[in-house]
Design a protein around this ligand. Structure first.
Ligand code: DC
Length: 220
């Protein structure tokens, strides 16, 4: 049976690290949907398209050739792997993520990706709530604001207080936008990664996937 694991949660909760490691354990592929929103943002900024011009940004998202792999992210054959993690894209991306036409397009691509790859571990904000409501397992990964800010600083440098403020602002925008805001669904399992190692969290999720998959097989 196809396994789809949806991992949602705020920035800095450890989604990418956990999702990648879990995918490896389950021998399935991993998709970072945030990288898709980031890549479209990068393209709009590089092409000088105003992020407030919803129709123009939507058109870019529909017409682009986007490839989000574990190592490389390319858009229209441009390697955007580094640039999508830079401060310009990071500041601008939540505006692009409010664009419903962009969201529709990227969600369609996410569903195609899962179909083509025979399942996978998919991380984002609306994966369990909207993209894959029937996922094998839905996880809401979180951590305290201070831990999240410290992780970002360890990854990319900066000042903890400033990064904490930026994360709080992005959380606010992600959770208050009208189209598919970041929410925890009733059927998702909340995992707080603040005081736990990656291995511990991944082992717990692996076990939960096995249990969920066995239950589904029994109910068929
Ligand atoms: O996970 P991340 O920080 O790379 O996400 C970048 C932005 O994209 C963030 O503002 C939330 C948004 N996003 C979204 O709205 N829906 C998703 N499925 C994934 C990311």
């Amino acid at each position: 049976m196809t396994i789809v694991v949806a991992i949602d949660g705020p920035a800095g909760a450890g989604k990418s690290t956990v999702a990648k490691a879990l995918a490896r354990k389950l021998r399935v592929k991993y998709l970072d949907t945030g990288a898709m929103y980031r890549a479209v943002t990068f393209l709009a900024l590089s092409d000088g398209v105003s992020l407030h011009d919803e129709a123009a940004v939507a058109e870019l998202s529909v017409n682009c050739v986007l490839d989000v792999g574990e190592e490389l992210v390319t858009i229209n054959s441009i390697d955007a792997t580094q640039a999508i993690r830079g401060p310009e894209v990071t500041k601008a991306v939540s505006l692009v993520a409010t664009n419903s036409s962009v969201r529709n397009e990227l969600r369609a691509r996410q569903r195609i990706w899962v179909e083509e790859n025979g399942g996978g571990v998919v991380e984002g904000r609306d994966i369990g709530s909207v993209v894959f409501p029937d996922a094998t397992l839905k996880v809401y990964l979180t951590a305290s604001p201070l831990v999240r800010a410290k992780r970002r600083v360890a990854q990319s440098g900066g000042d903890v207080a400033q990064i904490a403020a930026e994360i709080a602002e992005r959380d606010r925008r992600d959770s208050t936008r009208s189209d598919s805001p970041l929410t925890k669904t009733d059927d998702s399992i909340t995992v707080d990664t603040s005081d736990r190692s990656v291995d511990e969290v991944v082992a717990q999720l692996e076990q939960l996937v096995m249990i969920a998959d066995a239950k589904r097989a029994a109910n068929r």
